[in-house]
Structures are given as structure tokens and as C-alpha cells.
Design a binder for this molecule. Structure first.
Ligand code: YSA
Length: 362
């Protein structure tokens, strides 16, 4: 190929050679303008300025021209080479600049200060959970955890809620169609109370524990109900534990959690695994306490935060301890409800909607 080109050049007149250089420059400029990326620029460079490129071939053929022609064509070809190398560099810079502008709305200004990094912080429910565990920790309760996928037996049966017992309706349940070690039925725990049984089966009194964990309920959501919520179970079993101890512990917890100004209400309730049963409520922060349209208290003036009571003697004896000697109290509180009261959040669902505008307020 190179030989054929040289042969053609040998027969070129000065004018023809200069016209050819000019044509190469025109064509190269036009095609350079259409190169859009580095690969296209490199292909262009090879085709025009590379070792077998159009312009290089002209320069190589110069040696076989007449001395006079050689000077004129040589000067023109070298000038063209310089021009095209400059054009290539200019095109490369233009493309780089365009790419930068594409990524930033403003042209790059290296003197601008860096973008500030927003420090992260804990989710309000996590903060509330930690506050709860701290308060009970200072009262001498150790924190332990248990399984979220639970056996029917621990979630209900051993808590004195056998199959077909009407109290099961209190806990709408997500059932699981799987077996673990051939043991069924399995479910997503509806409360943290099964850990009372698991712990007492393995640890003799004195017992003083708190059990944080996620619980799941197959129920319609509203401003105070989520299908997934966190509870903290409280369990104290020892000689001589009384209802007065339960009352005192819960009052002290509420005082530390909500401050001395907040009103709390302890009233009767029913759970098959306690006798007697109570529940604790805190006064509504969202309305004067009598607005039936209030999503938080529905006009009752109170938001329930936990169920509690004296551990049923059958539960103590079923784990192998003398129920005449050992008595205990237990409670199960809703962490999100406590976070609602602490931070004045009127809809529980906002905690897990993952809206950063909401979460950044805490
Ligand atoms: C009762 C007696 C004991 O000796 C020990 C524990 C208990 C509590 C019992 N295991 C229980 O789960 N009771 S409860 O159904 O009334 O729930 C306890 C608390 O969890 C409620 O007061 C509420 O604060 C929270 N809770 C329950 N369902 C909820 C919920 N929070 C948000 N969404 C839900 N769907």
C-alpha cells in the first residue's frame, strides 16, 4: 500500500500535492468534529496522523519529490500536521469539559468548599429502646434476646393460652408453614412474653431481666397500631415479690422516661398468664383528652403503653419452681407507643415510612 502511494506521489505535481494536503485537512477537521469520545478520537488520530495515516503518507512521499516541490509540500504538510494535532487536543479538551458540565450543574470551580457531610443519628425508636433498657439496667435488670420465629407452645400454650382459647383473639398471628426439627406450629412471635417461659425453664430465681425484640401482628394498621412493633418484656421473679413492687417499678420507669409532670394510669386488665393483670397508660399529648377525633387517644385521654401483672403461679411451677415460695411480676411494653409519647408523634406509621424529612427532625 505504502509503495503504491509513493508511486502516485512521485507523479504528483507541486500543486496536486498541496491540494491533497488541503483536502486531508478539510476532511480531518470535519470528521474530528463528529468524534464524541476517546475511542473515536484515537481512531481519528490513527487514520490521519498515525504511522500509516493520510498525512503521514504525504510526508513520507516528500523525499521522492523535486527539491523545490519538496520544500513547499513539506512546509504545507508539517503545518497541516501541527494544525491537526492542535485540533485533536482542542477537541479532547472540549469533550472533557462537556463531560464535567454534564456531571455538575455549574462549571468546575476548584476553589469552592467541599460538600458538608450530614452526620447520622439514631432512629427515634432505637433511641427510645435504649432509654428503656438504660432505665431498667440502672434498676438491676439484665437485657437478653430471644427468637422472632417462635413455637406456638411458647407464644401461647405455655402462657396458658391453649388452642381455641378465646384469648388468642388478642393476638392476630402470622403463621409459618415450615417445621424446625419437626416441631410445629411456627409463627412470628406476637409478643415478647414467650421469653418468660424460655428463660425460666433454664434459670432459677432470682430472675430480673428485660427482653427487647420485634413482634408481629396480623392486624389492620392505624395511628397507634403497626403490624410490626417492638416490645420490651420485663420479668422479675424472686421470694416475696409483690404487686407493690410492680407498681413501684412501673411508676419509677414512667417518671424517668416521661418526667415527673406526666400523668400515668394503672388500671385493671386481663392476660391469661398473670393474676392479677393491669395495664399502664400515659396521658394524651395530642388533645385535651376529650376529643373523639384524636387519633392518639380517641377521646379517652390516655394512650396504653404496656400490659403487666403478677406472674401466674402455674407458670412459675410449670418451670419447676415452688410457686408458694417464688412470686414474680412481668410487663410487656410497646416501644413505638412510648416513642410517640416522648417525641409527640401522632401517627405510629410515620416511624417506619422511611421519610427522611420526618426522621431528620429527631
Ligand atoms: C402482659 C402481662 C405480662 O405479665 C407480660 C406482658 C404483657 C403484655 C402482653 N404480652 C401483650 O403483648 N399485651 S398487649 O397486646 O396489650 O401489648 C402490649 C403493648 O404492646 C401495648 O400496650 C402496646 O404498647 C404495644 N402494642 C401492642 N400491639 C401493638 C402495639 N404497638 C403498636 N402496634 C401494635 N399493633
Amino acid at each position: 500500500m505504502a509503495g503504491a502511494t509513493t508511486h502516485r506521489l512521485l507523479r504528483m505535481s507541486d500543486r496536486d500535492a498541496l491540494a491533497r494536503v488541503a483536502a486531508i485537512v478539510d476532511e480531518a477537521r470535519a470528521s474530528l468534529a463528529t468524534a464524541e469520545d476517546e475511542a473515536a478520537l484515537e481512531a481519528w488520530r490513527t487514520r490521519v496522523l498515525g504511522r500509516s495515516g493520510a498525512l503521514t503518507r504525504v510526508l513520507r512521499g516528500i523525499g521522492s519529490l523535486d527539491a523545490e516541490d519538496r520544500r513547499a509540500v513539506g512546509q504545507a504538510a508539517n503545518a497541516a500536521k501541527e494544525t491537526l494535532e492542535g485540533a485533536l487536543e482542542a477537541r479532547r479538551m472540549a469533550l472533557e469539559h462537556a463531560a464535567l458540565e454534564h456531571h455538575a450543574t455549574a462549571p468546575l470551580d476548584v476553589t469552592l468548599p467541599g460538600r458538608p457531610r450530614r452526620p447520622g443519628h439514631l432512629h427515634p425508636v432505637t433511641r427510645t429502646l435504649r432509654d428503656i433498657l438504660d432505665i431498667f439496667g440502672r434498676m438491676g435488670f439484665a437485657a437478653i434476646e430471644g427468637p422472632e420465629v417462635e413455637l406456638d407452645d411458647y407464644n401461647f400454650g405455655r402462657l396458658r393460652i391453649p388452642e381455641h382459647h378465646p384469648a388468642r383473639d388478642m393476638w392476630d398471628t402470622f403463621w409459618i408453614d415450615e417445621e424446625v426439627d419437626g416441631r410445629t406450629p411456627l409463627l412470628l412471635r406476637t409478643h415478647t412474653s414467650p421469653m418468660q417461659i424460655r428463660y425460666l425453664d433454664r434459670h432459677a430465681p432470682p430472675v430480673r431481666i428485660v427482653v427487647p425484640g420485634r413482634c408481629y401482628r396480623y392486624e389492620a394498621t392505624d395511628a397507634t397500631h403497626e403490624w410490626m412493633m417492638q416490645q420490651v418484656e420485663v420479668l422479675a421473679v424472686d421470694e416475696g415479690v409483690s404487686l407493690a413492687d410492680l407498681k413501684g417499678t412501673l411508676q419509677e420507669f414512667a417518671r424517668q422516661m416521661f418526667g415527673p409532670e406526666r400523668r400515668v394510669l394503672l388500671r385493671n386488665s386481663y392476660f391469661p398468664f398473670v393474676e392479677p393483670g393491669v395495664e399502664l397508660a400515659v396521658d394524651c399529648f395530642n388533645c385535651p383528652g376529650d376529643d373523639p377525633r384524636c387519633p392518639v387517644c380517641r377521646g379517652s385521654g390516655w394512650l396504653e403503653i404496656m400490659g403487666a401483672g403478677m406472674v401466674h403461679p402455674e407458670i412459675v411451677s410449670a418451670s419447676g419452681y415452688d410457686a408458694e415460695r417464688y412470686t414474680g411480676f412481668a410487663a410487656g411494653m410497646g416501644v413505638e407507643r412510648i416513642a410517640m409519647l416522648k417525641y409527640g408523634v401522632e401517627d405510629i406509621r410515620t416511624f417506619y415510612a422511611n421519610d427522611l424529612r420526618f426522621l431528620r427532625q429527631f
